[in-house]
Each structure stands twice: as C-alpha cells, then as structure tokens.
Design a protein around this ligand. Sequence first.
Ligand SMILES: Nc1nc2c(ncn2[C@@H]2O[C@H](COP(=O)(O)OP(=O)(O)O)[C@@H](O)[C@H]2O)c(=O)[nH]1
Ligand SMILES: [Mg+2]
Length: 361
Amino acid sequence: MDWITGVRQGSPRAIARTITRIEADPVQAQTVISALHAETGQAHIVGITGPPGCGKSSLVNELTKVFRLRDKRVAIIAVDPTSPFTGGALLGDRVRMRDLSGDAGVFVRSMASRGSLGGLSRSTSAAIRVLDAAGFDIILVETVGAGQAEVDIATTAHTTVVLDAPGLGDDIQSIKAGILEIADILVVNKADQPGVKRTVKSLEMMLQLGLETASATSLDKTHDAHHSFAPLEGGSRNEQNQTTSTVANWTVPVLQTVAITGQGVSELADRIDEHRQFLQVSGQWAIRDWLRSRDEIVGLLRDRFIAEMAAAVPEEDRRRLITDVAERRIDPYTAAENLLAAAGYRSALAEHSPRSGDRRA
Ligand SMILES: Nc1nc2c(ncn2[C@@H]2O[C@H](COP(=O)(O)OP(=O)(O)O)[C@@H](O)[C@H]2O)c(=O)[nH]1
Ligand SMILES: [Mg+2]
C-alpha cells in the first residue's frame, strides 16, 4: 500500500493518483477513505463560490500566494460543472495557476461536478479528505455559484466565501438572496471597476434584510433536508445549537478585492483565519464536522440504496413503474413499496397494519 504512504507524505503524484482512483470507482473511494479518515480533520476547508466570471479562480490564485507567504500548505479543487477535459474556462485557469506550479506546498486539481444531482460529487468530498490527510493546511474549493453546488459547498466547507463583482448582473442582482445565507465572508471582487460602491451597498442591504428575517434558530438551513436523520447520534441539532447560542455571533464582513493585482487579498486571508478561530472557539467547528459526517453517511446510504434497488429490479421494470405513476395507474408511494418489496425490503405499511402485530411481539 505505498499510495497511502505517498499521500501521508504529501507526494503530489500519490495524491493525484489517489484522487483519480476515487473518481473512477466508488469502491476505490471506500478503500481510500477507510484508510485515511482517522488522519483527517485538521485542514481548513474554504469554499469559494459566486457567479461565472466574477474572478473566483483569479482570487484563489492570489489567496494561495498570500497563504504560502504565511507558510501554509494550500490545496485547490476547482469544481467545474462540465467535464475537466472540455471546460473552456480551465485553460485560462491553468495559465493562471502556472505561477503556483513547482511549489510543493501547493496542489491544484479540477474535478467535474457531474455524477451527483447537480451538486458536488461524492468524489469531491472524498478528494477533500485525501488532501486533508496529506497535511494541507487550507483546502480551497472553487465552485460556480449556479445551483446546487453552492449550497453543497456550504455543508462541505468550514468557511464559505461568496464572491460578487460589479457589472455582472446590471439591474438584476447577480447574487441571489439564497446564496447570502451560506456566506461567512462576502467579497466584492473587481473593485477596480465602476459600480463597486453600488454592489457593496446592495449586498449590505441584502445582508441586513436577511438578518432581520432570519430567526435565531436558522443556523444552518442548508442541512434541513436531512433533519429526519439527525436522531442517529442522539443529540439533536437544536440541542447542539443551544450550546453555542451564548457565544458571540459571527458578523459577515463585506470585503473588496482586486484579484488581478492582489489588492485586499491579504485582508481576506486574515478574515478566513479569523473565521476558523471563531468556529473553533464557539464550538461550531465541531458542529459543522458533525453535520458533515451525518450528511456524508446519509449520502452514502442513499447512493447505496439506489444502487441496490437498481440491481434488484431490471431497468425496463423500473421504467414501466415510473410510466405507471406518470400516467396515474398507480401512485408514487405504491410504486416505491413495489420496488422495496422486489429488493426484499419489508413494507413500511406493514409496520402499521394490525397483521404485523404478531411479528413485532
Ligand atoms: N478588472 C478586473 N478583472 C478581474 C479581476 N478579477 C478577475 N478578473 C478578470 O475576470 C475574468 C474572469 O476571471 P476568473 O478568475 O476566471 O473568474 P471565475 O469564472 O469566477 O473563476 C478574467 O479575465 C480575469 O482576468 C479584478 O479584480 N479586476
Ligand atoms: Mg473559475
């Protein structure tokens, strides 16, 4: 198993190969993560998201230089919604990243986001774990703020930086209100361009509005989809939140940067570090780890479950079942029950029917 030694030693080739293995095959991912999980948990995972063209890649590049000057080892994952082989923007990114290459303290990788429902793929979280185990201090994950990936990054990252730039949306807000909820740090990049003040003002207004409408319990809305799974670990999320509600809250700063010159990037790096400290002191670092662990388990269960279902029921039968629901011959609950039964699972309805009484006793 010399790949694992290679990853531990931070060998770029070993890391690159391991990530490739993960991308190729979920079974490989299982082997890799089982071996490395215990050695993860140190890296600061920072999500960088925002509309296309706002300067995410340029900023990631500058940010990396700043962190390198501070002796941090930095890994970069650029999640491209298209294939890494066809993504046009990537060529420019490669040119930009060139001044970072040759530095053993920097690792750059682009990954496709396909493979899960529009969001971050399972292999992206696995790759993050690999880089964590490889000892990188900071893992910057660039995602295009264009859908599920931006919400996913908030559940994956410790710190989420949301970028905007003047002149992207004109009168229409280029950043949607929803994305502000996931921001720990807001950045208006291209501060050298006209309209910066207006963009900053409107972001500050939206932040203020959000603060007024958000209830104190909405700490992490992005996790609500899985709330029914929360009791897995006993302590509910609310219980956990109560432990931190007395700690001072984080105020989302609105920063200005010029990624092509590096202006303001050092302050951004400061704020990212401050946010890490805030998370650790307030106990939220552990909470986010807990939530991420839960989401990861749920995601794996879901993948596994769907795969089992697919293996148990031939595709044409599954298709026919879907058609039956679409054409109102049966309802979706019955269809799901049929699939469960075909895969050998007990019906949920049976639990509540009187006939199952003797079985439970
Ligand atoms: N004027 C100006 N241009 C910038 C700035 N940051 C990035 N750009 C340019 O904006 C374009 C898109 O940048 P890129 O980093 O690829 O954006 P991404 O799609 O968000 O990753 C490139 O041509 C950059 O050179 C900035 O602060 N000021
Ligand atoms: Mg980019």
